[in-house]
Design a protein around this ligand. Sequence first.
Ligand code: SF4
Length: 386
Amino acid sequence: MKGVEYGRRHMPKEEPVKWRVQKNLESFACVGAECEDTCCKGWEIGIDRESYQLYRGTKGEFGRRLFRGIDHRKRRFRLKGRVCAFLNKEGFCDIYKELGRAGMCRECREYPRHREDYGRVQEWMLSLSCPEAARIILGDKGQGAWQEQIKNKNGQGFPGISVDEKLLGDLEELRKTMVCLLKDRSLDWGERLALLLALAYDFDKYQGSDAAGCSCSKQRLRRFPGQETEQMIRMAAWMRLMGRMEPVLPDWGRKLERMCRSLYHRQSMEEQGKLRRKFALEVKALEPEWENLALYFVNTYLLGAVYDRDVYGKVKFVVFSVLMIREWCLFRYKATGRVSREEMAQAAYRYAREVENSDRNLELLEHEFAKNLLFGFSEMLRALPD
Ligand code: SF4
């Protein structure tokens, strides 16, 4: 979904770079061995070129262990079962122990901070897939605020790419509008998501042309009769689509099946509706958290459209992600009667691991958003909660 190489070309040297960092990054500290679901499990972590050279040049017993613990064809750390081959019994990293912080590969050093490059703009933010980061993102009082600096690119590991500057500027403006919209509590939650979709739809449609008359047509945003039933049917279909994803979480297929059975098959439409209405009242108290969640997806993905020009696809992903995390919380609410920031953080980081951390899963969604009628404009409006 991101990083599509659209119109990249090398930039002349010494160009200044706008360096934008999300303020909430400062609050993050890894809890290491105390972590309830360490990131050293479940993924084969890719090794950057410099670290790989360092590992190949390491001598002695640890050098031999490094050699055995790396899949050299894929340039990734091997897993022992589901766990990184270098995670020790105490829950610490043996590479860190032997070679220090400088010996860790870039991904391990930086995670859950991640950088997005948009030509002369670079942005740093937290990834939702770490449980500690998810708590910070959801509880962020600054609501995803940025701080900005102008830097010289030298020494920053800047890859030297360039993008359509005009489009990037338009996308930055669009993102500001979307951020304001998501924070506007005079609108109900469903209306805010509908307006987000409409803005993206219009942006793609009128991009590059004279946009006079471009507007979020009221007619397209009209509410539909029987909204609640319409919404439940679509949530069930979206969840089933997630069953086609490659499993990243352990036992993903069975977990999803349990969720679908509990939410959509084991109760009548009437019972489902009652549960949803009760849940909707409870989650009203978590409005800032839902806003922060949607802001995370908008801030992380929207500018990526500078590479593929698919703004509408990015916003479909925002809406899909927020609503699937909401369904996940609804499932937990049905089982425990509780919904809090902590429950949201649990659902959000698991969703992010399953979806955001797999290129195959992101590509699957991207394809579905473009081709599947389930993700047409009016179909998506029907999926929104009141
Ligand atoms: S998931 Fe987050 S808190 Fe847990 S070990 Fe990884 S970086 Fe640290």
